[in-house]
Each structure stands twice: as C-alpha cells, then as structure tokens.
Ligand binder design. Sequence first.
Ligand SMILES: *Cc1c(COP(=O)(O)O)cnc(C)c1O
Length: 394
Amino acid sequence: MSQTATMNIPIARTSLLEAEIQSVLEPLRSGWLVQGPKVREFEEKWSAFTGAQHSIAVTSCTNALHLSLAALGFGPGDEAIVPAFTWISTANVIEHLGGKVVFCDIDLSTFNLDVSQLESLVTSKTKAILPVHLFGLSADMSAVLTFAAKHKLSVIEDAACGFGARYQGKHVGTLGDTGCFSFHPRKAITTGEGGMVTTNNVELAIKLRRLRDHGAAMSDLQRHLGARPYLLADHPDAGYNQRMTDLQAALGSAQMERAKPIIAERQRLAAVYDRAFEGLDWLRTPVTLAGYEHGYQSYPCLFQPEAVNIDSISRVNDQRNAWMDKLQKRGISTRPATHAVHMLSYYREKYGLKPEDFPAAYSANHCSISLPLFNGMTEVEQSYVVDAVVEGFK
Ligand SMILES: *Cc1c(COP(=O)(O)O)cnc(C)c1O
C-alpha cells in the first residue's frame, strides 16, 4: 500500500446537516413556496444576528446590489466607485443601470479598497461607492464613510463574503446605506442561489421590499394575513421579481441556528493555517487587524509577496501557476483569490484599461492563491494541505 495515498480536497464543500436538508420539505408540504413565512423567519434571524434593523431576502447578492442602487435612485450617467479586485458583479450592476464604473485600486495587504486613492476619483457625477468586504475581511469603513459623507455618496456594502465579518464590533452590512450578502454555495451559508439586503433606513427598506416584488405596495403574505386578502395591491413602482422561495429560506433559516459555530469553525481552521505557515516568507497569509473580525469566507494568500512588483508579476504568476498545478496533482484544489475586473475583456475594452492602471489589483489577480477552507474540513484533510504547502513550491 502506498504510504501517501492521494486525497481529494476541493476549494470548498457544501456542509448541510440532515435537519437542514429536511427543512426544505416543510414549505413543500405547507404549499407556501415563495416569499412566505419561511422567508420572513429567515429575514428575522438575519436581522437578529447582524444587528441590522431590516433584512430583505432576494435571489442573489448581485440582485441585492442592483436593487440597492435602484432604490437609492442611481441611474444613467451616474458614477460609482468600486474596487478593481472583486467579483465582476459588483461592477456589472452599475452597468445594468446605465451608470459608469470607476475603479479604485486595492491595498495588497488586505485585498480591499485602497482608501488613500478615493479622493482622486471623485467627479461631479459620483453618486455611490461600493466597498467590498472581500473574503470576509471588512473594508476600512471609517475612511469609506467619512469620504462618502463628505461627497454625499450612497454607500452600498458588497458583503457577499461578509457573513461573520465585523468592523469595530459591528457586523458588516450594517454600516452603509445597505449591505448585500450572498448565499451562493461558495459562501458560508448557502441557499443554492440567494441574497439578502440589510438596511437601518426604514424608507429604504420599504422601497427595497417593493422593488423586489414587482413594485407592489404590499406582499402576498401581508395581503393574506390582512383583512381583505381578496383585493390586489397597488404598484407604486415598476419593480423587479427578485423574490426568494420558501424552500431556499427554510434552508437558510435552518443554517442560522448554527451561525456562531459555522463562523467559529472557519476561524479555527484559519488559525491552524496561520500557525502552520508563520515561518514561510514566500506565502503571505490573510492579515489580522485590530478592530476587525475576519469571517474567512475563504483563505486568500499572496504568493511570494516580497517578489511581487510591476516588473516581476508575470514571472511570479508562472511560478504560482506551476505550484497550483503541483497541488492539484496531489488532489488539493486552489484558486486565484478572485479576479481583477478591469482586466476582464468587457471592462478592458469598454473603458480602455490596461492591467498596470491598477497595479495592486493586477498583482492580486496574478499572484494570489486561496487554499481550501470549508465547514466540515477534517483534521486529516487540513494536515494534508498543510504538509503539501510547507513542502514548498520548488
Ligand atoms: C459571490 C460574490 C458576489 C455575487 O454573489 P451572487 O449571490 O452569486 O450574486 C458578489 N460580490 C462578491 C465580492 C462575491 O464574492
């Protein structure tokens, strides 16, 4: 028998308890399938956990971002600032509303917005900023909020990866005008597809609830619980259909019962990696900053941080890719942490952008690497990854 049998370790693995799987049957049996009692229950648990005053379940984080911009009156010709290193949809929603995307470079040490560059990006058309709490680490929100207040900008937090992430003790998504979360399977809580908008502004909450449900002044559930369920609602807005199903909400609501253990397990796994890789000068692990609690949606590292500069990026990129290949052959899946949106052909061509226009995002695109981290990862699996990483890339 071979002493080093190859394991198969994905970048992420969905981890649902039997009771959570069973919870999906409840709405199926009750017959209320869409935006009913289970959606309301999930929203209430989300508000209780994050401290947000209002939570509005939708079909994805992308749609949460889109609804937020629409509810805040963002429209054609308006400009919004987004980090150049994020998932593409943070920028796409601006395009969908006829706006102009204004990229801001990132700080390579956090992978989040480089707030020192924000002032240089403002024009008379700037209306919004979308800070991203990438991989579960909050953006520098005090700088973002000060900047936004000075220029009267809406703040839409892309908290897709932000479950469990706190800034100065506050859960992300509760600091700006709205916070937008994702329940895609790569995120810590999943409903297959799904999203949540949080806000502390009651007027905005009313608007968001209307916009997700065809612009209706009253939801079907409210109407059915009210005195005259047989009359239809008025529609003050031309809204969208972004309603979550009760099947999804049941799954999300059931996982919220172990919200704290889910986050604690991810933090424990991250701490094991942190300790194991402390001595490796060629791999920079995620930063831990005072006043920030990391939710570890993933475990993003920077490969050869000392060697990364604008001239060496492609060489370091080749070495990183060779290392990823070596790990994959051992059955260990890794990924670039995410992509630099300004380098993707739609944005590159439309806005005439070059990779070096946002050098830190370019470096992160080419030299970052996320290691497997997921709920239910066993000690044996993690040790296998640790041993392979410590062995080195050569
Ligand atoms: C996952 C993710 C999204 C998109 O979320 P969906 O629910 O898939 O629409 C947006 N922004 C960031 C930063 C993400 O990681």
